[in-house]
Design a binder for this molecule. Structure first.
Ligand code: SF4
Length: 169
């Protein structure tokens, strides 16, 4: 059974490269960097208080297998790539989509854990988390969107591998 996703490059807009440049430039702004960190710190504080179970199964990173999709804003993707210090190439993004997982998943663990996107921080496969994770995600996403708007950074919100395709060469 093929659990892979479609081609992440199939629906890129003509201005994808320009958008990626705008997001990447913004991700290097000290003010924006501090704001993104503050949002993620608040996510960490809230989830720590709620104590969801995570046994590092890697389920949340094997999207198609578990019926879970990761969505990010353009700025979030750029901020993650800035922190990762690397951008997956087109072949790597396509391979991840074909496998149905994330290009940063390495032997079941996250290779960019300190800079992973909101969706990776707020999603838990612990059934008890279903009670609160949507509300948490929506509130924090609203803050990310407000950050885009406050700094005049174009807002796009898309599936993770598709958003990585904006940056991949
Ligand atoms: S960024 Fe890390 S936590 Fe998020 S899906 Fe990829 S490997 Fe998993």
């Amino acid at each position: 059974m093929n659990r892979g996703a479609g081609d992440p490059f199939a629906a890129l807009p003509p201005d994808a490269a320009q958008l990626a440049e705008r997001w990447s430039a913004a991700a290097w702004s000290p003010d924006i960097d501090a704001a993104v960190r503050a949002i993620y710190d608040d996510v960490a504080a809230e989830t720590a208080a709620l104590q969801p179970v995570c046994n590092a199964s890697g389920r949340c990173c094997r999207f198609e297998e578990w019926g879970h999709k990761l969505y990010v804003t353009g700025l979030e993707a750029a901020w993650c790539l800035r922190g990762a210090g690397t951008v997956p190439d087109a072949a790597g993004v396509r391979a991840a989509a074909a496998r149905g997982d994330c290009p940063f998943l390495v032997e079941g663990l996250c290779g960019v854990h300190p800079v992973r996107p909101l969706g990776c921080r707020a999603y838990f496969c612990d059934p008890k988390a279903a009670r609160w994770q949507e509300d948490l995600s929506e509130r924090m996403l609203a803050r990310l969107r407000a950050l885009h708007e406050a700094h005049d950074v174009p807002y796009r919100y898309g599936e993770w591998r598709t958003m990585l395709a904006y940056f991949a060469s």
